[in-house]
Design a protein around this ligand. Structure first.
Ligand SMILES: [Zn+2]
Length: 305
């Protein structure tokens, strides 16, 4: 885990590249589809079975069912016909509308910082599709959330997207762990290295402060519910995301990056709750419940400014 990982390794798994869980921040339309699907008999059967083998099928059905405009793979020719302004740096190729812009230096500063944290070396470019708004994004690539990642491509309406950059690099080099960890590591890195701001925030508030508030109100969901792919999305994202980020931030500061990344390699998003716990214990040498409680206790002691 100390060696640098090459970019060629990045593309080793086509299954990973087409992993529909990378459809990030499109949770609102996905949730709508899920609700629609649950009223469908086939959807109900799949949900009731809750078997690992059905989870990818379930998600693919979510993407396709009832909303023909959502595609697993966008038409990149169509996108690049409209996003004709191209900026290339050593790490990124940006596509945007002629009257649109991105924060090149800020994205680059973040990318450098993150590559160092993850101990990886980029030997290819990240493709960054910048849309003017959710409407343009929907028209061009069929998904109307703020942002999502498909393999090494970021589709976003943001001119600076640290969150999705984390998904690209962690996902491509290490894997896609369960949402608590996958979203957690992305939120835990919502910082701005260009100006020396390393306090991760959700909205404008430090994530630890938000988590502490939920903890004091006993509103933190159970660890088991957050380890379940389906249940994770039953909670509002203003709860799950800062909580996941705060917990993963605690794991990273207490146990380091290597162990987290090893866990991400071994436990992907299709792991059941019990499989996740088993792998976590093997990698961390601790029960996940112990670290969950330690994190909550730690919130009371140290809060970011
Ligand atoms: Zn995300």
């Amino acid at each position: 885990m100390n060696e640098l990982v090459s970019f060629s390794e990045l593309r080793k798994s086509s299954a990973l590249q087409s992993d529909p869980t990378k459809w990030d921040r499109d949770r609102v339309p996905l949730q709508k589809q899920r609700n629609g699907l649950s009223a469908d008999p086939l959807g109900r059967i799949i949900i009731i079975l809750k078997m690992k083998i059905f989870i990818p099928l379930f998600i693919i059905l979510i993407l396709f069912s009832g909303c023909s405009s959502i595609q697993v793979l966008p038409d990149y020719g169509k996108i690049e016909n409209v996003l004709t302004k191209i900026k290339t740096t050593s790490r990124f190729t940006y596509y945007m509308s002629i009257d649109d812009s991105v924060q090149i230096e800020r994205n680059d500063a973040f990318c450098s910082w993150l590559l160092n944290k993850l101990k990886i070396e980029l030997d290819g470019r990240i493709i960054y599709y910048k849309y003017k708004d959710t409407n343009q994004k929907y028209q061009l690539m069929g998904s109307n959330g703020n942002a999502l990642v498909i393999d090494n491509r970021i589709h976003t309406i943001l001119d600076y997207d640290n969150h999705e950059l984390v998904h690209v690099l962690v996902g491509q080099y290490y894997g896609n762990p369960p949402k608590l960890f996958g979203e957690g590591i992305a939120v835990a890195h919502q910082v701005n290295p260009m100006v020396g701001d390393y306090v991760p925030k959700w909205g404008r508030r430090p994530i630890d402060s938000i988590a502490l508030d939920y903890n004091l109100k006993s509103q933190i969901p159970s660890i088991d519910s957050l380890l379940s792919f389906n249940q994770f999305f039953h909670y509002p994202e203003n709860i799950t995301y800062p909580i996941s980020g705060s917990y993963v931030k605690y794991l990273l500061s207490s146990f380091g990056y290597n162990v987290f990344l090893l866990f991400a390699k071994e436990c992907n998003w299709t792991c059941t709750i019990s499989e996740t716990k088993k792998i976590f214990k093997k990698v961390y040498q601790k029960d996940i419940e112990v670290t969950w409680n330690d994190w909550k206790n730690n919130l009371n002691k140290k809060i970011d400014p």
